[in-house]
Design a protein around this ligand. Structure first.
Ligand SMILES: Cc1cc2nc3c(=O)[nH]c(=O)nc-3n(C[C@H](O)[C@H](O)[C@H](O)COP(=O)(O)O)c2cc1C
Length: 268
């Protein structure tokens, strides 16, 4: 119960390219008990936080920091004063300084990030390769599940603690890389291309969280406001989208318990 006598309400906002963060958000919501889920891709969803007692943010780590879409979403978020805020930074083993950055971004907006959890799941960064062998993926899902259950317990207890962080060397070197590349992200879509398997089905257009893709003359075109979430290349049912030279040889990835329709309906 709420101190004023109402029902406690938790809202979790998520951003996902390939479903890892959506799966994390779902599991957190179930463990916390009946939390509501909203996509960060729809800025209008931010208003739902106005009558919440707790607000969570779940998103992937991109280039060792907070993705631009999450930073923009924060501008719309106005929970009541005193709302308990928590976050899960979903990543492939290098959370680096992401949650410290988020804490500072929130502080600048008058919000306190009381707990920030590092959740490690398979890599969706296909320019560097596929997700890895099946046994390793199973191990990652198992460990992530344990971490999420523990994190939900901390949220239920309204714990206040330092956010999870990577080692100091990572925070120094990778934060410099984040700052250097951040402004280039929207145009990194120049390296996407389609091979002859493309049948213009339009799934890429639909899964893009920012409407960056249009189908023109039977092929997708990327319009240089890319978030690099890689949903387009990873969800293409024909595996017809490529990035740079090496991806024809690499396995595609999305979380096995998340379906393409979940990402489409929740893209905003
Ligand atoms: C552009 C890009 C950059 C990434 N950078 C990092 C990173 O710095 N550290 C890390 O551990 N994982 C990184 N990853 C991997 C993702 O954070 C990880 O696979 C995450 O689980 C994907 O979540 P999603 O399925 O919800 O999109 C990156 C992925 C992408 C697409």
């Amino acid at each position: 119960m709420h101190p004023a006598g109402g029902i406690m309400k938790t809202i979790i906002y998520y951003y996902t390219g390939t479903g890892n963060s959506l799966w994390t958000a779902r599991l957190l919501a179930a463990e916390i008990g009946g939390a509501e889920l909203y996509s960060m891709a729809g800025a209008e969803n931010a208003s739902a936080s106005a009558d919440a007692d707790a607000v969570g943010l779940v998103f992937p780590v991109h280039i060792w920091g907070v993705p631009g879409l999450v930073i923009r979403f924060l501008e719309h978020l106005r929970p009541r004063p005193g709302t308990y805020c928590f976050a899960a930074a979903v990543n492939a083993g290098q959370v680096s300084r992401t949650l410290i950055q988020l804490k500072h971004l929130m502080r600048d907006r008058g919000l306190t990030l009381s707990a920030g959890f590092d959740v490690v799941l398979p890599s969706n960064y296909i320019p560097w390769g596929g997700p890895g062998p099946a046994e390793r993926l199973e191990e990652l899902y198992r460990e992530a599940r344990n971490k999420i259950v523990r994190s939900a317990g901390a949220v239920k207890n309204r714990e206040r603690r330092p956010v999870d962080r990577g080692p100091l060397w990572q925070r120094i070197i990778f934060t410099a890389l984040y700052k250097w590349t951040f402004g280039m992200v929207p145009k990194l879509d120049r390296d996407f291309w389609t091979d002859d398997k493309c049948n213009a089905c339009g799934i890429c257009e639909k899964v893009c969280p920012v409407g960056n893709i249009a189908i023109e003359s039977g092929r997708p075109v990327w319009r240089h406001r890319c978030e690099q979430c890689l949903a387009c290349i990873q969800w293409c049912p024909q595996e017809a989208i490529q990035y740079g030279k090496k991806t024809p040889a690499y396995d595609r990835y999305h979380h096995p318990e998340v379906k393409v329709k979940d990402v489409i309906t929740r893209a905003g």
